[in-house]
Design a protein around this ligand. Structure first.
Ligand SMILES: CCCCCCCC/C=C\CCCCCCCC(=O)N[C@@H](CO)[C@H](O)/C=C/CCCCCCCCCCCCC
Ligand SMILES: [Ca+2]
Ligand SMILES: [Zn+2]
Length: 266
C-alpha cells in the first residue's frame, strides 16, 4: 500500500531529468510550473465573479478545482508517485465534468435529455464510472483526457458557426492557438524526448502547464460569454481585456452591462 505513495511509483516519467536541481523534487521545472495554476485561478475567480453572481455561483467551482489541479500536478511531478498521477488525472477529469455540466449548450443535449439537471446527473454518473475505470489502465488516462480537448474544440466550432463579432472570433482564435501550442508541447515531450535531450532542453512539459492554464483561461471566458448570451441575454454580456483594453496581452473577461431582468433591446 505504501508503495503507491513512493517516489517514482508511477509508470509515467516525463522528459525532464529527475533530481537535477533537488534531491527531494523529482522534476523541478515541471513542479514549479504547476504553480502557474495558483496565479491564474484567483485572477479568473475575480474576473468571472460578476457573471457567476448573475448566472450561478456554482460556476466558481471550475476555477476553485483548477487550484486543486495545480496542487496535485505539483505533487505528482515532485514525487512521480502513482497516487500523484491519479490525483492529477482525476482532478482534471472532474474539472472537465463540472465544465460540461454547467456550460455544455442546451441545444446540443441528446434528445432524451430534457433539462440541465438531468444532464448534470448523467455527467456525474459517467464521471464516477470513468473515475473507477481510470485505475484499470492508468497510462491511457492522459490520452483519454486529451480527447476532451478535441471534443471541446468541436463543440466551440459548432457554437461559433453563426458568430460574426470580431472580438469573440479573436478570442476563439487565441484560445485555439494556445491550445494547439500547449498540446504540441505535451506530445513532443511524450514522444520526442530523445531529440530534446540532445538539445539539452527538456522543459516542454512545464511549458505545457503554463500554456494550458492560459488556454483554459481564454477558453472558459469564451464559453462563459456564449453561455451568458444564451442563458442570461438580458445582462448584455460583452468581452473586455484586463488590465487594459489597449495592451497587446491581457486577460479576457466578461462585463455585464445590465443586471436587471428586462428584455434585451435589439
Ligand atoms: C462545454 C464544456 C466546457 C468545459 C470547460 C472545461 C474547462 C477546464 C478544462 C481543462 C482543465 C485542464 C487542466 C490541465 C491540467 C494540467 C496538469 C497536467 O499537466 N497533467 C498531466 C500530467 O502532469 C497530464 O498528462 C495531462 C493530461 C491531459 C489533460 C488534458 C485536458 C484537456 C484540456 C482541454 C482544454 C481546452 C482549452 C480550450 C481551448 C479552446
Ligand atoms: Ca523525468
Ligand atoms: Zn504535468
Amino acid at each position: 500500500m505504501a508503495g503507491v505513495f513512493s517516489y517514482e511509483s508511477s509508470d509515467i516519467d516525463w522528459c525532464e531529468d529527475n533530481y537535477k536541481y533537488s534531491e527531494h523534487v523529482v522534476e523541478y521545472f515541471n513542479t514549479m510550473s504547476s504553480f502557474m495554476f495558483f496565479i491564474i485561478s484567483p485572477i479568473m475567480l475575480y474576473l468571472l465573479h460578476p457573471y457567476a453572481k448573475e448566472r450561478s455561483l456554482a460556476i466558481h467551482m471550475v476555477w476553485v478545482m483548477m487550484i486543486f489541479v495545480g496542487l496535485f500536478s505539483a505533487y505528482f511531478h515532485m514525487t512521480l508517485s502513482f497516487v500523484g498521477q491519479m490525483l492529477d488525472e482525476l482532478s482534471i477529469l472532474w474539472v472537465l465534468a463540472l465544465g460540461y455540466a454547467m456550460w455544455f449548450p442546451r441545444k446540443l443535449f441528446p434528445s432524451f435529455i430534457k433539462n440541465r439537471t438531468t444532464f448534470t446527473r448523467l455527467v456525474l454518473v459517467i464521471t464516477a464510472i470513468a473515475s473507477v475505470s481510470s485505475f484499470v489502465k492508468p497510462t491511457a488516462n492522459a490520452y483519454a483526457l486529451n480527447c476532451f480537448g478535441l471534443h471541446l474544440l468541436y463543440t466551440l466550432a459548432l457554437e461559433m458557426k453563426c458568430c460574426n463579432d470580431q472580438k469573440v472570433l479573436q478570442l476563439a482564435k487565441m484560445s485555439v492557438v494556445l491550445w494547439v501550442l500547449a498540446i504540441s508541447c505535451w506530445i513532443s515531450d511524450r514522444f520526442g524526448c530523445s531529440f530534446w535531450q540532445k538539445l539539452d532542453f527538456c522543459y516542454l512539459h512545464g511549458i505545457w502547464h503554463i500554456l494550458i492554464v492560459i488556454a483554459v483561461a481564454y477558453g472558459t471566458t469564451l464559453i462563459a460569454y456564449l453561455d451568458a448570451n444564451s442563458e442570461i441575454p438580458y445582462s448584455l454580456p460583452a468581452l473586455q481585456y484586463w488590465p487594459s483594453e489597449k495592451w497587446a496581452v491581457g486577460f479576457p473577461h466578461l462585463v455585464l452591462k445590465n443586471t436587471t431582468k428586462t428584455k434585451k433591446q435589439c
